[in-house]
Design a binder for this molecule. Sequence first.
Ligand code: SF4
Ligand code: SF4
Length: 507
Amino acid sequence: MRGLNKMGINFIHPQFEVVRNQDRCIKCRVCERQCANEVHFYDEDSKLMLSDETNCVNCHRCVALCPTKALKIVESDHTFKPHANWTGEHIENIFRQADSGGVLLASMGNPKEYPIYFDKMLINASQVTNPSIDPLREPMETKVSLGKKTVEIKRDSNGKIIPNTPPQIKLNVPIMFSAMSYGSISYNAHESLARAASELGTMYNTGEGGLHEDFYKYGKNTIVQVASGRFGVHKDYLNTGSAIEIKMGQGAKPGIGGHLPGEKIGPDISKTRMIPEGSDAISPAPHHDIYSIEDLRQLVLSLKEATNYEKPVIVKIAAVHNVAAIASGVARSGADIIAIDGFRGGTGAAPTRIRDNVGIPIELALASVDSRLRNEGIRNNVSLVVGGSIRSSADVVKAIALGADCVYIATSALMALGCHLCRNCHSGKCNWGIATQRPDLVKRLNPDIGYKRVVNLVTAWEHEIKEMMGGMGINSIEALKGNRLMLRGVGLNEKELEILGIKHAGE
Ligand code: SF4
Ligand code: SF4
């Protein structure tokens, strides 16, 4: 029976309350039809719309679509007897596990109150000397090129330069869309990202689920991923993308693999992933052929060989404790680009305890990797791309000043598509048509509108990046890259400032 556990009592009180203004409600039942979680229903006896809040995830679909604005969702003020150690969250999670015997699952990024270093760094601006630049009147270069940089110019016997630039990813903006597989997100979400990348002159990323044949036409703007499960990986797939990403780790769940349940493997996803319909898609935690940097080098070189040495290879790692040493090894593996994913990075599904307790903040990881590669004289061997909760253009500017060549965004791009961060992707019932494969829900996301909203978001950020760069008196991303003098810390201790390689405000 709904709402009851095996003991016949549901210990979990709903987290949210649906507040319905009955004077405004016209009983159109839109909320009932729109809610995949079956929260709203019409009660024949009272002739009123009522709510079963047990299943409400606060996705705001009903709130946004209610024609009379009769609805709001508020957090329940139901409480346990206050306890500084045994918080309500701990108590309820114990109830849940005592009921199910299972691992707690969650999605999207780590919501815990760890320090957000982007919010503890401030950006510089020119005043009297080194004047600021007006981006409306003077050129501002936001193009970036990712890959190994040529260190020496070679000439033939006639003195003509021999082109020897290693393969590059060329972008109009220093922002790409990070990996989200077809399976974890819907066909329409993938199409929106692919079209947005194509219009913006940037890249989107297949994630580990292969590439749907309809999207081969966006290959020029596609990064194809090779993950531990090798789903959907074949020669045409590798050759269609402009770059290949080997996923070694993911910020939201470092050290563990992935699992897409069989019920999500419909005909289309089965074909794209090259696995039987209805079978679970399990990505092992490690690549079973990689146990050393030498093994990684083998895979990097195999992928380059398979693509005629024309595609840059990215190695994606999670930001973990010894990330600088790991990145140093990866930079020597032959990889052209290292992508580092911070512990706030999103995911379609992760064990809650892993998401909330494993990994480190991207800001510290980035600063330490950039410093280490510079100190070892190998920074030009690789480009650095960072992701894991880039929330605004200011985060982009700060990441680049800390040493990144470019950023990956995913959660922000999904929000542009309508995601309201309810963090319920793992249920497969995304009311916004994004993290779902249910046909009735998928069609709620119109790619014609979706891609424009993503383009708008990145265009707006690009304007803001130019303004911030102009304010600093800097006219190119290249001049901002690793320019830590443009940052000052606020409220950070000596160790944090040392790792970030920045001074405190006032210095
Ligand atoms: S969508 Fe709004 S007006 Fe329509 S039934 Fe629900 S609460 Fe009432
Ligand atoms: S993608 Fe959908 S299910 Fe996931 S957090 Fe966003 S709105 Fe919720």
